[in-house]
Structure formats: C-alpha cells, structure tokens
Design a protein around this ligand. Structure first.
Ligand SMILES: Cc1cc2nc3c(=O)[nH]c(=O)nc-3n(C[C@H](O)[C@H](O)[C@H](O)COP(=O)(O)O)c2cc1C
Length: 191
C-alpha cells in the first residue's frame, strides 16, 4: 500500500476484538512513535503501555467511553516539556506539536500492522496520573486505544451505535489549501 492509501484508509477504531496485542507489535508501534520529528530533536515524549482492564476502568469516570475500558491495549502518551525547555524558552509549547506528531506515527503504524486505534484526549488526567504513578513534571497529552478489530463491529455510546467504519468526510483541498496567497484556492488534485 502506498503512503497516501495508508493515510486515507486509517480511521478511528473504537470496537476491538478481545484478543491480546503481541509485545512485538506494541514494540513496532512504539518504535514508530520514537522516530517522529521533534523541535531540536528533544524527543519530549514518554509512553506507558497499559493492558489491565482494572486500571483502564479508572481512566474515564465522566464520559465512560467504552473503548477506553475495552481496548486490549492503551498507550498513554506523555509530554516531557522539560526536555524542550532545556533548550528553548521556558514555557515554549513546541512539545505539544512533537507529541502530536509522535501520536500520529503511532496511529499509522498500528494501521499498517492491521490493527485499529483511536486517539483519545477526553478522560480523567487526574485518574490516569494516580493509577499509573505518573510524576507531575510529565503532562498527560492523550491516549491511544488499540487492538485487533472487526470492521463490521460497532459500540453503543449515548444511545447511538458508533460503527468501526463510518464516513468521516474531509474538507475539500481547495477550501483548506491556497496557492501563493491566502484565499487563492489550490486547484490541482492528487494523482
Ligand atoms: C486530538 C484528538 C483528540 C481526540 N479525542 C477523541 C476522544 O476523546 N474520543 C474519541 O472517541 N475520539 C477522539 N478523537 C478521534 C476523532 O474523533 C477522529 O479522529 C475524527 O472524528 C476523524 O475520524 P477518523 O480518525 O476516523 O479519520 C480524537 C482525535 C484527535 C486527533
């Protein structure tokens, strides 16, 4: 599969098959995260792999997104802003971009391995910090729920079924990309 196909066929997967994810697959996914670009190559990310339903049950007391509880594996993505601040101005926020890039690598690698994932940012950071013993100087940016999946499956959430494969339209290129000056639409289409 070429890269554009890989990018376009990835979609958020929220219903998983109850099957463990092998350590070597997780290692490849983490490796993809580790090879993201970062400002000043400071690599201000840390990952905590969780495969423990009892811990996962603590993470989302308010929204109860079932995929957080049911995911065979979760990668908690932490930012280490002090890595960035060693080199750049205090409070520079580029670490947020670095960690987001790493998270996208994680999603794409997961998809390339035939597994599904969803990037989640709505959960209780306080609960995750406490359950996993994460020190204060690391910021909890997000988590990635992942696992094997059936593309025809779905999960009920707030009275609605969220299917694994659903339409997720994108804004047209000529609305979001400009040629030479802002407001002058980019008109060429990809081959
Ligand atoms: C920064 C960010 C935060 C997100 N937070 C959540 C979340 O808390 N819960 C969830 O189910 N999906 C979450 N998503 C997934 C988005 O809903 C999803 O990427 C979007 O609807 C586009 O669908 P696609 O990933 O299938 O292309 C998040 C995605 C991103 C990039």
């Amino acid at each position: 599969m070429d890269l554009l196909d890989l990018i376009k066929t990835r979609s958020s997967i929220r219903t998983f098959v109850d099957k463990p994810v092998e350590d070597d697959k997780i290692a490849q996914i983490l490796e993809a995260g580790r090879w993201a670009p970062a400002g000043g190559n400071k690599q201000p990310w840390r990952f905590v792999v969780v495969r423990d339903k009892k811990k996962q049950a603590e993470f989302d007391p308010r929204f109860h997104q079932p995929w957080i509880l049911n995911a065979p594996a979760i990668i908690i993505v932490l930012a280490a802003p002090y890595d960035t601040w060693e080199k750049y101005d205090e409070l520079d926020q580029m670490y947020i971009q670095d960690v987001a890039t790493s998270t996208q690598n994680i999603l794409l690698m997961t998809h390339a391995l035939g597994l599904g994932a969803v990037w989640v940012t709505t959960f209780s950071r306080k609960a995750v910090r406490k359950t996993l013993g994460i020190p204060k100087e690391f910021f909890i940016q997000g988590l990635v729920c992942l696992g094997y999946y059936d593309k025809n499956a779905g999960t009920e959430y707030h009275g609605e079924i969220i299917p694994n494969k659903k339409d997720r339209p994108r804004r047209p290129l000529n609305e979001i990309a400009f040629n030479g000056e802002f407001g002058k639409p980019w008109t060429a289409t990809p081959e």
